[in-house]
Design a protein around this ligand. Structure first.
Ligand SMILES: Cc1cc2nc3c(=O)[nH]c(=O)nc-3n(C[C@H](O)[C@H](O)[C@H](O)COP(=O)(O)OP(=O)(O)OC[C@H]3O[C@@H](n4cnc5c(N)ncnc54)[C@H](O)[C@@H]3O)c2cc1C
Length: 392
């Protein structure tokens, strides 16, 4: 086998891998992308995700850092999707949050969490209370069904599979070299695949578990990377006619329903502290579909297309991280958890800046701006690139 030389080898062609490979090719670098499975993305968390871009809605359960990364990333998605040669469904019509009258207390809980976490100016600008008429004006299909709601203006969503496809097509057109069906690859396996790279960018999600060792904790050791099981249902529901993602607050079954093109809806998602990736349980299917039916009875006539299960790659603090092994010249990006689509543009942009700093041996030119912007996420990486502590 002949060996080919590249500036960067990206491991894993899920969300982070494709988005990074696309950026690196766009920056004029020679890039190889190595994936254990095929080009359709099956087997990645990205392939099943609802791909909602909802920084305020997520602030009800996430930290301020996610809101900041998410807000910056939505701006990047807008610009990047416009650059892709094939059209990708991208919407910024906001998230509608509703609740049944008996679950009113869930609304107070939701808004108080959002106010506690999100920047006050963002809340003031984007969170709007609606009465029944306001809900009906936004979503006529829900007229008369909810007497109150909240609009989280400016939130968005993407077509996950269309985005994965378009990023890959664009990067391949720019010279990306792909190796599919490569099996479980480590950085050290690249020479056997005929690839020599100056820097490796590890975007294997949960497949990189061994590279993220755990820490001792009070009761046993906490894994450095674990999978959190998530389940979503894809249905075809031409009679429903929702225009934007809708979140239904509920004490036991909070769900979202994300309308995609062609009357397709993604209903999700469970979040279970489990590494089990076996097919969806009857209980989860019942919960998700019953909640959708309670939102709109026309979901009763929907056709179930897919019952999907995947595990979200999650770090102990539920935040993303970028680490550098300067000796081995490996940059590792992981921990996108349940926010991958929301935050991946900002996180991969920072990782690509660290990669370029390693390629140039010039941390000031590339990694410093990213580290200044996102100090918690890549300060450690910058230390390693620079060889001495720079920012804390
Ligand atoms: C049910 C569900 C719903 C979600 N909904 C949303 C949402 O609405 N909004 C949002 O922002 N995020 C959502 N997410 C989260 C998002 O999908 C993830 O955060 C994101 O996909 C993680 O990206 P990643 O590239 O790190 O991992 P993945 O997307 O999982 O990609 C990893 C890739 O690496 C490959 N790989 C693994 N090991 C190896 C190996 N050894 N060698 C070669 N290749 C390897 C895998 O095959 C895969 O292609 C959801 C996730 C789930 C499960």
């Amino acid at each position: 086998m002949t060996t080919q030389s590249f500036d960067v080898a990206v491991l894993g062609a899920g969300l982070a891998g494709r988005l990074s490979a696309w950026q690196l090719v766009r920056a004029g670098l020679r890039v190889a992308l190595v994936e254990r499975a095929g080009p359709d993305g099956a087997g990645s968390a990205a392939h099943v995700a609802a791909a909602m871009l909802a920084p305020l809605a997520e602030s009800a359960i996430a930290e301020r850092r996610i809101v900041e990364l998410g807000t910056a990333s939505v701006d990047l998605w807008r610009a990047w999707v416009a650059e892709l040669p094939e059209p990708v469904f991208f919407q910024e019509d906001g998230t509608l949050v509703v609740w049944h009258t008996r679950d009113r207390s869930e609304m107070s809980l939701f808004t108080s969490r959002v106010r506690a976490v999100a920047p006050p100016e963002l809340v003031a600008e984007r969170m709007r209370a609606l009465d029944g008429n306001g809900v009906a004006a936004l979503e006529p299909a829900l007229a008369g069904r909810f007497s109150q709601g909240l609009l989280l203006a400016g939130e968005g969503q993407l077509d996950n599979r269309g985005t994965l496809r378009a990023l890959l097509a664009c990067a391949v057109a720019g010279g990306l070299h792909c190796v599919w069906e490569a099996g479980e690859v480590e950085a050290g396996d690249l020479p056997e695949l005929g690839i020599r790279a100056r820097v490796v960018l590890d975007c294997r999600g949960l497949g990189a578990r061994a590279a993220w060792p755990g820490q001792p904790a009070a009761h046993g050791s906490m894994p450095g990377l674990r999978g959190l099981r998530g389940e979503v249902v894809r249905v075809h529901a031409p009679e429903v006619k929702l225009h934007r993602p809708v979140r239904l607050l509920h004490p036991r079954y909070p769900i979202y329903i994300a309308p995609k093109p062609n009357d397709l809806y993604v209903i999700g998602a469970t979040e279970l502290e489990s590494e089990d990736d076996s097919p969806m349980s009857v209980r989860s299917a019942l919960e998700l579909l019953s909640a959708a039916y309670s939102l709109h009875p026309a979901f009763g006539e929907a056709r179930v297309l897919e019952l999907n299960v995947q595990r979200r790659p999650t770090r102990p603090d539920h935040l993303p991280a970028i680490r550098v092994d300067q000796h081995a010249r490996i940059v590792r990006l992981n921990g996108l958890y349940r926010h991958g689509f929301l935050i991946a543009p900002a996180v991969t942009e920072a990782a690509c800046q660290v990669v370029r700093a390693l390629l140039d041996d010039d941390p000031a030119a590339h990694a410093v701006p990213a580290a200044l912007r996102w100090p918690g996420m890549i300060a450690a990486a910058l230390d390693t690139v620079a060889g001495s502590p720079v920012l804390h």
